[in-house]
Design a protein around this ligand. Structure first.
Ligand code: AMP
Ligand code: ZN
Length: 492
């Protein structure tokens, strides 16, 4: 994908310049990163979680390189409309109204809390490190109003529906999206009175006669902050402008982040974007097209677990692709990622067993070779715009490094897993076998049937052996004769 970067330099693809750039921190020795978090009106789908696996790897690489990392992820519990631009309803107000229609008495705050907790459960299951700080949008409303007041005079105008940002008042609006200000008639719903199609509301007034569950007083009347305003305010408040890296999914490159940049420019009285590097992960897609929470099978992490896939198999699937490539989800692909993880963890386990048996292997030279392998293969891969597919191959090479002292291999793998976060030395092979929710047969029953089958085969009674296999198949158990990974059976 790129030339090999100069040794020891971390190079990252900056969406602003569409180029690889050497990471140079704003504050020496530190790295300050802001990641656009989820809108908590529903469960996150696994595509959303790809964005956080990517941000997690970025954070881990920065820590590996020795930077003191401050990573902020926000929780959007207000302001995100059903359309990223200015059309539609607030996603959370809509979710609350739908529940009310069904007779459920759930407040918008309960909805936000429920889905935030579900998102945090996915974060944990995917071994995503806790950021330094979660910022919740509704905790920052006074700061949002202050920010809006500061920029309103020079950059905003008021309409009946809210306070709008005039994108023609800042230099080079849309440079991140490579869009011109006059483009966008088709992608952005017109609002009467808007000066430019791309202008956006930074404060939305509650329409007369309506009450919202989430609304605040402001100089522009009762209402709620715009989604773009939230991220500018929370990133600037916690990290200070300019900070190092801002991340999000590739869809944010088109509207949300250009709008954040415009606000940051206005707030800082500068043409600079507010962050030195803007990074975007590409999408996880389904064969049928865009991943969605409303159509087809809703691909939540929990669905994968219910079907018997360990959540770290999904992390492996993400790491197998470069974050800037589109990744197509398929159950076969997930199965292959699980097999790869099983092989890695299985090999690590065999080494552990060998070392517990007191097996000692060759001398110190090979330990040095392992260190070299890390320096020559792994580190250049992760420093080359987080090339995790290449980094995975390096870790496999190290685990399979036959003659090196086992302790040295463990040290090397444990170092590399600080970046990959696959639990290579902490997760057991047996932990990877998850019981599908639909399975009724117990593991003891499966093992008993397999023992009977082994006895039948030993007695060359192939009819009985086949019959047992068919019975197991009927109960959802796949018998895997000769599985090189030593898994004799699989459920689901
Ligand atoms: P949302 O909750 O809609 O604000 O999205 C949370 C994050 O997921 C954002 O960074 C989105 O850009 C990202 N995202 C949404 N859909 C996908 C997808 N299919 N693949 C990867 N990232 C996605
Ligand atoms: Zn954001």
């Amino acid at each position: 994908m790129t030339d090999t970067p100069p040794k020891n330099e971390l190079r990252l693809f900056n969406s602003l310049t569409r180029q690889l750039e050497t990471f140079t921190p704003v504050h020496p020795g530190e790295a300050r990163v802001y990641t656009c978090g989820p809108t908590v009106y529903n469960y996150p789908h696994i595509g959303n979680m790809r964005a956080y696996v990517f941000a997690d790897v970025l954070g881990r690489v920065l820590s590996w390189k020795g930077y003191q990392l401050t990573h902020v992820i926000n929780i959007t519990d207000v302001g995100h409309l059903t359309d990223d631009a200015d059309a539609g309803e607030d996603k959370l107000e809509k979710a609350a109204a739908e529940k009310a229609q069904k007779g459920e008495r759930t407040s918008i705050w309960d909805i936000a809390r429920h889905y935030t907790e579900a998102y945090w459960a996915d974060i944990e299951a995917l071994n995503i490190r806790q950021p330094s700080q979660w910022t919740v949008a509704t905790d920052y409303v006074p700061q949002m109003i202050a920010f809006a007041e500061r920029i309103a005079g020079k950059h905003c105008y008021e309409l009946e529906s809210g306070l709008y940002f005039d994108v023609s008042t800042v230099a080079d609006y849309g440079r991140l999206a490579r869009a011109r200000t006059d483009e966008g008639e088709s992608r952005i719903d017109p609002v009467d009175g808007k000066r430019n199609a791309a202008d956006f509301a930074i404060w939305r007034k509650t329409p007369p006669g309506e009450t919202r569950q989430m609304e605040w007083d402001s100089p522009w009347g009762r209402g709620a902050p715009g989604w773009h305003l939230e991220c500018s305010v929370m990133s600037g408040a916690v990290l200070g402008f300019p900070f190092d890296i801002h991340t999000g999914g590739i869809d944010h490159r088109e509207i949300h982040h250009p709008n954040e940049i415009a606000q940051n420019q206005a707030h800082c009285h500068s043409d600079a974007s507010g962050a030195n590097i803007w990074m975007h992960n590409n999408f996880l897609v389904e064969r049928s097209g865009k991943m969605s929470k409303s159509s087809g099978e809703f691909l939540r992490l929990q669905l994968l677990i219910d079907k018997g896939y360990h959540p770290l198999a999904y992390r492996m699937l993400c790491l197998q692709a470069h974050y800037r490539s589109e990744l197509e989800f398929s159950w076969e692909g997930l199965g292959a990622a699980l097999t790869r993880l099983k092989r890695l963890i299985g090999n690590a386990e065999k080494l552990r067993e060998a070392s517990e048996r007191g097996v000692v292997r060759a001398g110190s030279e090979t330990a040095d070779q392992l260190t070299l392998m890390i320096l020559q293969q792994f580190e250049p891969a992760i420093y080359d715009d987080l090339n995790t597919p290449r980094a995975l191959t390096a870790v496999e090479d190290v685990i399979g490094f036959g003659s090196a002292p086992i302790a040295a291999i463990f040290d090397a793998v444990s170092e590399m897993d600080k970046v990959l976060g696959l639990g290579l030395l902490s997760v057991r092979r047996a932990d990877l076998r998850i019981r599908p929710k639909s399975a009724t047969i117990t593991e003891a029953e499966i093992e008993a049937a397999l023992t009977r089958r082994r006895e039948a085969r030993a007695a060359k009674d192939f009819a009985t052996s086949d019959a047992i296999r068919d019975e197991l198949t009927a109960q959802g158990v796949e018998v895997m004769d000769g599985d090189p990974l030593g898994w004799e059976w699989r459920l689901g």
